[in-house]
Design a protein around this ligand. Sequence first.
Ligand SMILES: C[S@@+](CC[C@H](N)C(=O)[O-])C[C@H]1O[C@@H](n2cnc3c(N)ncnc32)[C@H](O)[C@@H]1O
Length: 268
Amino acid sequence: MLQFKITDSEFKLIRDFIYDHAGINLSDEKKTLVTSRLSKRLRHYSLNSFKEYFDLMIASPKDGEQQVAVDLLTTNETYFFREPKHFAFLEKEVLPNWKGRGPLRVWSAASSTGEEAYSIAMLLDDMLGNRPWEIFGSDISSRVLKSAQQGHYIQNRIDGIPKEYLRKYCLKGTGDHEGTLLIDSSLRKKVRFAPVNLKRPLGNVGEFDIIFLRNVLIYFDIETKRQIIRQLVEKMHPDGYLFIGHSESLKGIHDGLETVMPTVYQKI
Ligand SMILES: C[S@@+](CC[C@H](N)C(=O)[O-])C[C@H]1O[C@@H](n2cnc3c(N)ncnc32)[C@H](O)[C@@H]1O
């Protein structure tokens, strides 16, 4: 198979594009990753260089090849009940003490393929009984949102789901669907997914009691992080909670938030 090489100036074009568009900060070490992820598009269009691909992509509509490039350049790794301490904190501290009158609103703000949003949904359904709740999942990648909406996963990716929840909220595939699992429709109905680019104004998403913003801040520089956190805090109810990933930090940029425990913040 034809192997493509990316020049420094081509890498810079792509790096500037994804930074301007998504806030994602690609270091020089990501050259190999960019080459391998975009090479298939050069083959698809029978192009000879990344410059040709860049020109084609920039000339295309935002929801055309530009979106394909964003889908390919984002890293979407996720799994059910990732970072279990956060779920334990929700279960033991947040949900039993929640006094809100309307529905409890939770936002999985970089949801990837939906495992995070459905993990939260299982916990809320189990803990809140008849009290109303809703979850909004969003991401910049339209490809991952499509699979999030389907709620259909391959069996070997479901390790983190507690056995009781597997029985209660997941349908095991049979026949053609052997080896897969479908999130029960009663849960899927309460989880809505839509595209949101955190780098842009957030639009009318409403206000939230809990926001999960996990394992996405690592891709941003400090200025972008600051801008995103400022926007998200505006969308939180007073006393609302913000969760970030365990390898992430809000050092110096958590205005309007106080630390409850490492990686968990509450709006002041
Ligand atoms: C590693 S996944 C994290 C998934 C999940 N939150 C978790 O912790 O398992 C990071 C996600 O952030 C999304 N992302 C990157 N930049 C974004 C942006 N500017 N706006 C919204 N989502 C973005 C990517 O598309 C990707 O799906």
